[in-house]
Design a protein around this ligand. Sequence first.
Ligand SMILES: C[S@@+](CC[C@H](N)C(=O)[O-])C[C@H]1O[C@@H](n2cnc3c(N)ncnc32)[C@H](O)[C@@H]1O
Length: 219
Amino acid sequence: MFEHLPFDGNLVDLENYTLVYKILDNAADDMLYFGERVACCRPLPSTQNNKYDDETYYSKYNLKLRPYLGPTSTDHELALLMANQGQVSAGDFVYDPFVGTGSIAAALQHFGAFVFGSDLDIRVIKGYGVGRKTKNQIKGLDDIKKFDINTNFQYYGLPLPDFWVQDMNTPMLATNRPIFDAIVCDPPYGVRARTQTVGVAESKQKKFKERTVNPSEKH
Ligand SMILES: C[S@@+](CC[C@H](N)C(=O)[O-])C[C@H]1O[C@@H](n2cnc3c(N)ncnc32)[C@H](O)[C@@H]1O
């Protein structure tokens, strides 16, 4: 059950353990919260050296330390939680039909799945205008020549998923046999991203019809 966590049996020393407790003073609701640290987030690096001894997989995928980003890249912690909710494990076939810049795909890939991703917008996959190189100073970016969806996977040392362009409104597979173990995605039904579709808008279709001469009315 816990095989995806980065612990082997020798890591836990019950004789000499360290527990970190924190108190959070939340100004918004004027409450104090007390808790134990279970994972750690890296602060933004102030230098080009962004390696920390206490790196966990939660901090490794921090969006602030990711080379390629888009306007709606899914938060890294949320993506990892979604992969967990999908019960994704090594060898699973998992699909993200709204893959964008691949934030969820990276989380799925981290857990060892075979990942497939598609998106309507080729620009976000290929790095044309919509997706962009991070503005943060991250070690190793000078060596990267092209910034697109593959860049992050190469940077993390993860295998490359299969990506393609597709409108989710179109049928995908001519089979009624299940192919994927899970579908994990961040659909464009919110404030951050609107649903789009390929085709000609109804208003334009109407204009086109009006301009088109009906052959029976020609004479
Ligand atoms: C909320 S974003 C997903 C972000 C993604 N998880 C990431 O990390 O970048 C929604 C995505 O759905 C895509 N989209 C919108 N309408 C679509 C459609 N009809 N079919 C497929 N993709 C669509 C958008 O291009 C956008 O990239």
